[in-house]
Design a protein around this ligand. Structure first.
Ligand code: AP5
Ligand code: MG
Length: 214
């Protein structure tokens, strides 16, 4: 299964990705997570990416595309993959098409999760993440059993630097300007699966699986 998860910040891409990759035994490739790992390790890539991420802007295509191309050649991608947050510009989508066709491969589906801006802001601001395992919670919609602690690791939860209201608003605007055109791009290829991101987490997952297995 070769999948792309498309949608604005806070739509629930990461949340659904965790469940989808478990079910289909494919790697979860999140460009946002790759950049955050590089920032944590203090790499050159991390330093460059942070300049853009802290402002809510997209990291330049040339930095993103080569990372994904390289990642897709790894052994764990032979069964497929789930791309979360890539592509995000038409340029990136075209580069992905070129790379996949050179490998003799095609995408199976592009899952487009959507919700309105008010919900997206509330979700992003209330998001909390486990430092150890990356599990995602929400203070109101998906709280951990013990406040501020991961259910699995019992370790502290943190808030992303870009999950402050002003930056989230910029990220949403950037999505409308640069990423939303991809819905049409993939619609024309007959790949889009539109998902209502305002439904409960489990219902969304069941809808996605049902559609993928049709
Ligand atoms: P990235 O990490 O990809 O962030 P994003 O796209 O802004 O999306 P989020 O991770 O914020 O949201 P999500 O849809 O994953 O929501 P989640 O499931 O966590 O990118 C960050 C930055 O990196 C970008 O701004 C850019 O700078 C850079 N970048 C990354 N990729 C790039 C690329 N390809 N090109 C250029 N730059 C790139 O859910 C959110 C919250 O809601 C959680 O608390 C969750 O518990 C809750 N929730 C989820 N689903 C539901 C539900 N159904 N009901 C109630 N609550 C829910
Ligand atoms: Mg995410």
């Amino acid at each position: 299964m070769r999948l792309v998860l498309l949608g604005p910040p806070g739509a629930g891409k990461g949340t659904q990705a965790s469940a989808i990759v478990k079910k289909y035994n494919i790697p979860h490739i999140s460009t946002g997570d790759i950049f955050r790992a590089n920032i944590k390790e203090g790499t050159e890539l991390g330093k460059k990416a942070k300049e853009y991420m802290d402002k809510g802007l997209l990291v330049p295509d040339e930095l993103v595309v080569s990372i994904v191309k390289d990642r897709l050649t790894k052994d764990d991608c032979t069964n497929g993959f789930l791309l979360d947050g890539f592509p995000r510009t038409v340029n990136q989508a075209e580069a992905l098409d070129t790379e996949l066709s050179s490998m003799g491969l095609k995408l199976n589906k592009v899952i487009n999760i959507d919700a309105d801006s008010k919900i997206l802001i509330e979700r992003a601001i209330g998001r909390r993440i486990c430092k150890e395992c990356g599990a995602t919670y929400h203070i109101k919609f998906n709280p951990p059993k013990v406040e501020g602690k991961c259910d699995k690791e019992n370790s502290p939860l943190f808030q992303r630097d870009d999950d402050v209201e002003e930056t989230v608003a910029t990220r949403i605007n950037v999505y409308f300007e640069q990423t939303q055109p991809l819905i049409d791009y993939y619609q024309q290829k007959g790949l889009i699966l539109n998902i209502d991101g305002t439904k409960p987490i489990d219902d969304i997952f069941n809808t996605i699986v049902e559609a993928l297995e049709k």
